[in-house]
Design a binder for this molecule. Structure first.
Ligand code: GLA
Length: 386
């Protein structure tokens, strides 16, 4: 792929690329919608991701091209015009990164060309957007020799989502894409940003990724609604409890105080955030004990909570996860990422992969009317220069 990208780069921009990099996508094992509630998340980077090539220009122009969005052609703007523009479509992600990087680093004083190509399915909840954000920052770090720390880049990526794109997401996606390690997941405490690499070893079991192939729509606004509902639950609890985030509560303490949350919907949202946080801590513990059965049960419970209490699944994700849960050789399954559409994951015995794909495809096709896709991918490292 890289060779073809180098050739394309020269055709597009008439010069050779100076730097190249790769940023992965991610799955989240468990710990969903906890990262903006000061809770734990447990993601892993995957070998599907985004490749990029870049070179400096002599003027202040920025030219971006994606092999995934050829219909958009070369998107052009300048260093003096770094504002969100609907028409720029996918290019707003790298544009946002450039905006915040130039606010910190005066070294970026000339324009550049970037070509990207990703093999993460877009809109599949595998973080194609965080992947391109982190990739862009990394390319510019190499191109302009910036003293850019990984954590700083991760925070810039989140800022792009929050302030440039208007999605109030947490830090999970950028964090795992910036910090991932091959064959390891990261247990991240989003309240302190302390983290631990945990071997992603499941004995005879593997993680299967199942894609609903449903295009997401309105996800951003629903995502922001969930965050607002959690905030209103927290505000209600704070009238009597001295806490700064839902992630500080055990489920027992939540249950003792949940009557403070008058709104039934917000109460359920908070219940998910608190219970999911407990499941995530437990998942880390049982994984260390090689108790894959228990780990699988936690995946199932997570999905049920995301369906009933958090209401971010939908018929497509439910069909994938709930069908998978019934397959012989599957220990557990759940949606992964923001939800509404995108992907689910299943922990499946390596001899039962074909069976899983067969049974889930049949049920899904019958109920939804089109086929899901399956991926089996290695757990990869974080963003890297090539
Ligand atoms: C999206 C967001 C993350 C996180 C997940 C849900 O991927 O970008 O910050 O909130 O949804 O766990």
């Amino acid at each position: 792929m890289l060779q073809a990208m180098h050739e394309k780069f020269e055709t597009l921009f008439g010069v050779e690329a100076e730097v190249s990099a790769f940023a992965p996508g991610r799955i989240n094992l468990i710990g969903e919608h906890t990262d903006y509630n000061g809770g734990y998340v447990f993601p892993a980077a995957i070998e599907l991701g985004t490749y990029g090539l870049a070179t400096k220009r002599d003027d202040r122009k920025i030219q971006l091209y994606s092999n995934n969005f050829e219909e958009n052609g070369i998107v052009t703007f300048t260093l003096d015009d770094l504002v969100f523009n609907q028409e720029d479509d996918w290019a707003n992600y790298p544009k946002g990164v450039v905006k915040y990087l130039t606010e910190t680093f005066n070294e970026i004083d000339q324009g550049f060309n970037i070509l990207v190509e990703g093999n993460i399915p877009n809109g599949a909840s595998l973080s194609s957007s965080a992947s391109i954000e982190i990739l862009t920052g990394w390319l510019l770090k190499d191109l302009f020799d910036l003293r850019l720390e990984r954590l700083q880049l991760i925070k810039i990526g989140q800022l792009v989502e929050n302030k440039f794109m208007g999605v109030n997401s947490g830090i999970m996606d950028q964090f795992i894409i910036g910090m991932g390690k091959a064959n390891h997941a990261i247990l991240l405490d989003t309240a302190t940003l302390e983290f631990e690499y945990v071997p992603a070893k499941f004995g005879d079991y593997v993680i299967s990724i199942m894609n609903t192939n449903k295009r997401r729509s309105l996800t951003e606004s629903k995502y922001n609604d969930r965050r607002a509902e959690c905030e209103s639950a927290l505000a209600a609890l704070k009238k009597e409890l001295n806490i700064g985030a839902l992630g500080e509560l055990t489920l027992a303490r939540f249950n003792q105080n949940k009557h403070l949350i008058k709104d039934e919907v917000s109460r359920r949202r908070a219940k998910h955030a608190v219970s999911e946080n407990e499941r995530t801590k437990l998942a880390r513990k049982v994984l260390a004990e090689d108790d894959f059965e228990q780990f699988g049960k936690l995946l199932n419970m997570s999905h049920a909570s995301l369906k009933e209490d958090y209401e971010v699944t939908g018929i497509e994700l439910d069909t994938l996860a709930e069908t998978a849960q019934q397959v012989n050789g599957v220990l557990g399954a759940r949606m992964t990422g923001a939800g509404f559409a995108g992907c689910a994951i299943a922990l499946v015995h390596k001899d039962s992969i074909k069976q899983l794909e067969h049974e889930v495809s049949q049920a899904y096709l019958e109920k939804i009317g089109y086929a899901p896709s399956f991926y089996h991918v290695a757990i990869s490292g974080g963003v890297t220069s090539l």
